[in-house]
Design a protein around this ligand. Structure first.
Ligand code: ADP
Ligand code: MG
Length: 608
């Protein structure tokens, strides 16, 4: 994505973009930015002032001391006061500049990270499908870091530019010949910087890509740890990681070669120039055109110019990487692949206890995954009456999960529509669906947090409701057995619980919000058939049936076992993304051979 943009950027564009990013980042800091710049400028001036003071001391203290031995006390005091004053000013400005620059640098890091996280949340499922989790992690960690790295040198570099100009003016005031030498020195260093940027930019991009690849591979390895171990492919996976790490090493080394060759040029150029200055300067002193003090002052200036030139060099050296980082975070921040929302609301009662079930209608819905040659779903037409308990049955890959995603608007169909109570789900306001629809999938993701927080997920749900959801999910008993009960921690990804326990916590999470549409996608696969049956019975009794005889919740569940399919009011048979048959379990059993084959397979313990 961003690589091509960088390829088309010349060195000037990298510089302009980098400085623009830094300037933009500085704008938000009304106090820290001016403070760091003023501190930078004052600090730059103190260096020139030191040179002037040393030149003055040479002419008024040192040379007289060698010649007539009569140095007025006043001169000593002036020299002492100047040096002490400059030192104090330097300490103050160095500290101020560093603290203020850090404030701006880390403040920008934090706000870019917040913006990225908000954007990740806003971007739709199709966008997330196209970007790996490792990629997202490296955007938020290392890209943000390199993007704002130059900030620590920004004020310093600006102070340095100022200092260089004052220094040049000062040299020009004393002697034009030496001024020409100084200007040439600055030009040589700028040229070196120019070359450096050209060589560095593509290497910086490669290094940043290699870093992102490491985090992608690492993320997958951690995520797929169990698969990797059980398939015995630890070696292969390690190789993959070693290769990614090696690529990063090579890319980073290639970068450091460049800076290693460049740093001495910046460091030594001013020192080497001093020899030239001595040569020319001593001739000028002999000719009576220059005092010794001014020559000393000029040499001191050349030597101190190494510092600002080096600082400008360091700023420029981290700039290409920052431009790459900025492009990579910008690519995320500029995406507009949002899920679109409307303004309609589902007019159920607001209280969590009196909700009505949602009716669901699917019309001519088709869905194909990116790059797939055939549709994973559809076209399908379905109608779920409010309060229906529907089982969706079908072989692995028949499209059950895809249907569930479309039903819950985790994906919008490529064509066709989904309506809740007659309202197109795309015209519902943001948050409407989440507040009324719960999806529980096979892989229950638990956070490294307490049981309570894993059930409520920060929603306004009291302990009474939490316990009720746990009871219905047949989880209350084992939770009571945990030390701490609701306050017990579940460990990383729920590591301290069994697979069945994790599933039941996830079920309770889905139930705790008293949904009007509950979608269970293989959500009970890790439970004993008897427990599964109890859970479904409980759901029917506690969440579906209302006291007035109506229904509070529509339930759609996939891939239940034979024993649980019989608990559904209706069964849908999916095949190759199409509805093959629908009816009651008894009707399908009597009329459909494919259905008989599948539920018999379920009975044998084969599940999709
Ligand atoms: N993320 C995906 N990318 C591409 N193809 C997918 C993806 N998820 C599922 N599919 C394909 O879509 C079809 C339906 O899959 P799915 O809905 O998961 O079936 P089921 O849940 O019934 O096992 C399958 O052919 C599957 O390979
Ligand atoms: Mg599935």
């Amino acid at each position: 994505m961003s690589g091509n943009d960088l390829d088309s950027m010349d060195t000037g564009a990298v510089l302009r973009t980098g400085v623009r990013v830094m300037a933009k980042g500085s704008l938000g800091y009304r106090l820290a930015t001016p403070l760091s710049i003023i501190a930078g400028l004052v600090n730059g001036s103190t260096m020139v002032f030191s040179a002037v003071a040393i030149g003055w001391a040479t002419d008024h203290l040192i040379i007289p001391a060698f010649t007539d031995h009569a140095v007025p006390t006043r001169s000593w005091w002036i020299a002492l006061g100047a040096i002490a004053g400059v030192s104090v000013l330097r300490v103050i400005t160095i500290v101020t500049r560093a603290v203020a620059a850090a404030h701006v640098q880390y403040g920008n890091q934090a706000s870019t990270r917040r913006a990225l996280i908000r954007q990740y949340a806003k971007l739709g499922v199709p966008w997330h499908r196209r970007h790996s989790t490792g990629q997202l992690l490296s955007n938020v960690v290392s890209d943000v870091e390199v993007q704002w790295a130059p900030m620590q040198f920004f004020a310093f570099a600006m102070g340095s530019v100022f200092m260089l100009m004052v220094a040049l003016a000062n040299i020009a005031r004393s002697d034009w010949y030496l001024a020409v030498v100084a200007v040439m020195l600055v030009l040589v260093v700028l040229l070196a910087n120019f070359v450096y940027q050209r060589v560095m930019s593509p290497r910086a991009r490669d290094a940043q890509r290699a870093r992102a690849a490491v985090s992608s591979v690492a993320h997958e390895a951690v995520e797929g740890e169990q698969v990797i171990r059980t398939l015995g492919i630890v070696e292969d996976e390690s190789d993959r990681f070693v290769r990614a790490a090696e690529n990063t090493r090579v890319a980073n080394t290639r970068m450091s070669f460049v800076s290693a060759a460049f740093d001495p040029v910046i460091e030594l150029a001013p020192t080497a120039t001093v020899l030239v200055v001595l040569l020319i300067g001593s001739g000028r002193v002999s000719a009576g055109e220059l005092t010794v003090g001014t020559l000393v002052e000029t040499i001191y200036l050349f030597l101190t110019m190494a510092l600002p030139l080096g600082m400008i060099g360091r700023f420029l050296s981290v700039l290409p990487l920052a431009v790459v980082g900025n492009m990579r975070t910008g690519a995320v921040l500029d995406s507009v692949d949002y899920t679109q929302f409307g303004t309609e609301t589902l007019n159920g009662s607001e209280t969590s206890h009196g909700e009505r079930a949602l009716g669901v209608r699917v019309t001519a819905a088709r869905f194909a995954y990116d790059g797939a040659t055939r549709d994973a779903l559809g076209p399908v037409d379905l109608q779920f009456v409010a309060g229906d308990v529907v089982a969706v049955v079908g072989a692995t890959g028949s499209g059950k999960t895809t249907l569930v995603r479309v039903l819950a608007r985790l994906a919008d169909p490529d064509s066709g529509t989904v309506h809740y109570d007659g309202i197109d789900v795309r015209s519902l306001a943001a948050g409407e669906i989440e507040s009324r629809v719960a999806v529980v999938s096979q892989t229950a993701f638990l956070f490294d947090d307490t049981v309570r927080d894993n059930v409520t997920l920060g929603r306004d749900i009291d302990d009474h409701q939490v316990w009720k959801a746990l009871e219905v999910a047949e989880a209350a008993e084992f939770v009571r057995g945990l030390s701490g009960g609701l306050d017990a921690g579940v460990g990383k990804r729920g590591a301290s619980l069994s697979g069945g326990q994790r599933q039941r916590i996830a079920l309770a999470r889905g139930l705790a919000g008293s949904p009007s549409l509950l979608i269970l996608d293989d959500a009970t696969s890790a439970l004993d058939p008897a427990v599964e049956r109890d859970v479904l019975d409980n759901i029917r009794r506690e969440f579906v049936s209302a006291s007035d005889g109506g229904r509070r919740c529509t339930v759609v569940m996939t891939a239940a076992r034979k024993s649980t399919v019989t608990l559904a009011d209706r069964v849908l048979l999916l095949d190759n993304g199409l509805v093959e048959a629908s009816g009651t379990h008894a009707q399908l059993l009597a009329a459909n051979a494919a259905y008989r084959a599948i539920v018999d397979a379920y009975a044998d313990g084969l599940r999709s």
